[in-house]
Design a protein around this ligand. Sequence first.
Ligand code: SF4
Length: 284
Amino acid sequence: MSHGTDSACFKPQAKPLPDPIGDTRARMQRTGQWQPQQMAGRRWAVACVCLEITQRCNLDCTLCYLSENSEAVRDLPLEEIFRRIDMIVRYYGPGTDVQVSGGEPTLRRRDEVVAIVRRLAARGLRASLFTNGIRATRDLLVELADAGLTDVAFHVDTTQQRVGHHNETDLNALRREYIERARGLPISVFFNTTVHAGNLEDVPMLAAFFVSQADVVRLASFQLQADTGRGVLGARVESISNDSVAKRLQQGACSSLNFNVLTAGHRDCNRSADRSTHLASSRQ
Ligand code: SF4
């Protein structure tokens, strides 16, 4: 959370706080973000923590948040990852959602990815695998679920320039394949989609697709193009906004979406909508 006055902004503390959730609640109150549906400061001390276990990736998205030099960065040793996991528990407490991310986390050795998820679960943290899915086989997902994985979030969209998939409709075949890999496992299944000028008009179709897959897909997250990292597309056009994406989600879902069920952090940064069996969210 980087909004509000300087004095109200989050700053890493020298020492863990005795009551991290209470501290977040106090900050939400000071910055006018406290509402009955606000989860930050109620369920979480922090909406989530991103644990980047490698900077390498097997894709080169046109909107990638990594730096130009990421492929040259060596993976942190497992001991350092474990030290960071222990730090997350100390600062934010058990129950915190941790995105096991990268780069592409499955590029690390399989036994290390499993050990990381096992360590997170042993510390009472909720581990999500954030993956482009290429190496997230059924077999790996079974092993990770057994190690304590809570969710898998598949990132699939046209920024990835996947061979043989020319548009978002083509990519639905791949999304279906990933859904089948996770079907029946004791983990929640999420999908991440980056919204850019080339797929803004596909958002209603994507919303309809995710609704049709709601027996497995629990959350569909739409993340608005941002001018950050090594991605070549740059800043988003004006037509892409939380409002314009919400309108298209509404069209595709073919029912009224309630965008005020939950709030996670600052209201200008993200919003979530409930459609009885699953959530859709947009984030900028
Ligand atoms: S956005 Fe994710 S999948 Fe795409 S290149 Fe970057 S790390 Fe890889």
